[in-house]
Design a protein around this ligand. Structure first.
Ligand code: ADP
Ligand code: ZN
Length: 223
């Protein structure tokens, strides 16, 4: 198997972060989450973070120029030679076009795009119950994991918090932004014959199995 390049597309709450971690471990890919990079920039109050924060808190997209630059810089790092997995990028057709151009310039083959499909109701339920850890990338759910703000992370002992953009008003905005700006990206890759679709509404372990099969064209399964 040659070093594959993958893109995970799907609405907020589809499980891109969780499953990207899994595919990263299974397939040895470099996991690149533009959301994680931006959140870190906000936490460290860098120039990028200062520009991005207002958009992120409101559930809106950070301007294309900023994100495209950030993604290109990250994709040029040496660890990306072993194949990469993009999570949260591209999110607009302009970002997808920029990525296509960049990959042609550095002569890497076209990525496989996995479209994660899930209903709006399920998304809203998941995001309102999502809890994050300040110390590690584990993502929790209030009901599933019986964990909430005030508890400490069972993995690393870190502080549990709720993302500002997981508050109800921002969740609604993010879903609308997704439909308006990111759904056209599905069409963009569909027309180029690079798209596979996976239903992600079921049990996490089943979804992980389906994603691994899709990501490896059936070469790897979770047995
Ligand atoms: P989710 O998929 O749960 O919405 P992410 O962690 O991927 O969360 O992204 C969080 C926020 O970071 C987005 O709402 C947006 O403001 C910003 N962001 C992340 N990736 C991009 C991108 N490719 N283009 C524009 N904004 C982005
Ligand atoms: Zn933790």
């Amino acid at each position: 198997m040659t070093a594959p390049n993958l893109i995970l597309l799907g609405p907020p709450g589809a499980g891109k972060g969780t499953h990207a971690e899994y595919l990263e471990k299974k397939m040895g890919l470099a996991h690149i989450s533009t959301g994680d990079i931006l959140r870190q920039a906000v936490a460290e109050v860098t120039e990028l973070g200062k520009k991005a924060q207002q958009y992120m808190d409101a559930g809106q997209l950070v301007p294309d120029e900023l994100v495209i630059e950030l993604a290109k810089e990250r994709l040029a790092k040496p660890d990306c030679a072993r194949g990469w997995l993009l999570d949260g990028f591209p999110r607009t057709v302009a970002q997808a076009q920029a990525l296509t151009k960049f990959m042609a310039e550095v002569k890497i083959p076209a990525p496989l795009v996995i479209n994660m499909v899930i209903s709006d109701e399920e998304v809203i339920g998941r995001l309102s119950g999502r809890r994050m850890c300040r110390g590690c990338p584990t993502i929790f759910n209030v009901e599933r994991d019986d964990i909430d703000v005030g508890d400490s992370c069972p993995v690393c002992g870190g502080e549990i918090y709720i993302r500002t953009d997981d508050q109800p008003a921002a969740v609604k905005e993010r879903l609308q932004v997704y439909k308006r700006q990111t759904e056209p990206v599905i069409e963009y890759y569909g027309q180029r014959g690079q798209l596979v679709t996976v239903d992600v509404e079921g049990e996490q372990a089943d979804v992980a199995r389906c994603l691994l099969v899709a990501a490896t064209g059936g070469e790897m399964s979770d047995e």
